[in-house]
Design a protein around this ligand. Sequence first.
Ligand SMILES: Cc1ncc(COP(=O)(O)O)c(C=O)c1O
Length: 432
Amino acid sequence: MAAMATSPHSLLLKNPNRPSYTHLLKNPTTSTVANGLHLTSSRPRKHISITCVTTQIQDRPPSNSTPQSEDRVFNFAAGPATLPESVLKKAESELYNWRGSGMSVMEMSHRGKEFLSIIQKAESDLRTLLDIPSDYAVLFLQGGATTQFAALPLNLCKPNDAVDYMVTGSWSDKSLKEAQKYCKPNVIWSGKSEKYTKIPSFDGLDQNPDAKYLHICANETIHGVEFKNYPTPKNANGLLVADMSSNFCSKPVDVTKFGLIYAGAQKNVGPSGVTIVIIRKDLIGYAQEITPVMLDYKIHAENNSLYNTPPCYCIYMCGLVFEDLLEQGGLKEIEKKNMKKAGILYDAIDESNGFYRCPVEKSVRSLMNVPFTLEKSELEAEFVKEAAKEKMLQLKGHRSVGGIRASIYNAMPLAGVEKLVAFMKDFQARHA
Ligand SMILES: Cc1ncc(COP(=O)(O)O)c(C=O)c1O
């Protein structure tokens, strides 16, 4: 038991209104909060643990069903991004002593039965959410999506193999540049000259039949361009590979259309530190000889993502998010909520008589990242500043494109978008 500067006894004495201490001892699973002090009895009559929280923890309602706590901001960051409040509270309640194990998930052996149950449940819930068939492996890896930019060519082709890349924004451009080191990528379409505001029709794409795979970034986080459907790969292997970092689990996806999907967790499904790879099993086992062991999908698949020490706590957090998404009704429900949120924000932009402007072609506007500019660009800094005063943070556009960007991932409550829209209207009324 960690020694605390202030014992629960002394705090109880200082605050006569505090709930009964004996009540806690009789109800080991009850967590009670007063004035920010959270008392949990994990082993009744022997130990009392103390953590600081701000609200009462009870059985977790699915996220988005309760209003956001007063002490939370609306965080429009592109990632790391806002997480469901209910998930954070659940994690908080389990932080010190995970389900009676006597330790935190951060302290567990990754080979112990407790953590194995956590990673297996996370994988199984993700499989349910995305309806992932059994001939696909799910890997929990490290190094961010950026590491996958190199892992893909290293695992899926030899140095002289051709691959096709669609460049629809900064992230697919970065993945292309990394691939250039390990194979021979060919850009079959680039939106650069149109400032990455479009996705072309797929019919006219000049795909190389000898390409080992066709790579896309399903949602360009910086430019706010999202694929609404997917090109059919014309290469011999029929392989489509997608970076889904910023729209992972935001809507249903037919996994069977892809050979490989990868996503950093820190936008829609967890904290930074874990990257999820979903790969068709027959593609595993062909890594180039120079492939570092940590980038070899075969090693990770054979060891169920436990070849070396995995990002245990991040995987645990993803597992809580997956549970929450299932409790909300799965990805069809999530998509409906995301469409509603994005809809009211794009409407506010389009109905502002040009005061706000979204450069992205309407048919491919992202449900997750909404970039916009102000007609009077000199007001953008003021917009961000005033929004922050209203507890709406991280609205500044990416440094490479400027303007404003509102990232409205799964965990952004509708109330957050409504508040932003109300603020935008008020701002326009004052500055038009
Ligand atoms: C679409 C996309 N791909 C890749 C990355 C890079 O991810 P990471 O920082 O986890 O390497 C990001 C990060 O924002 C992204 O948005």
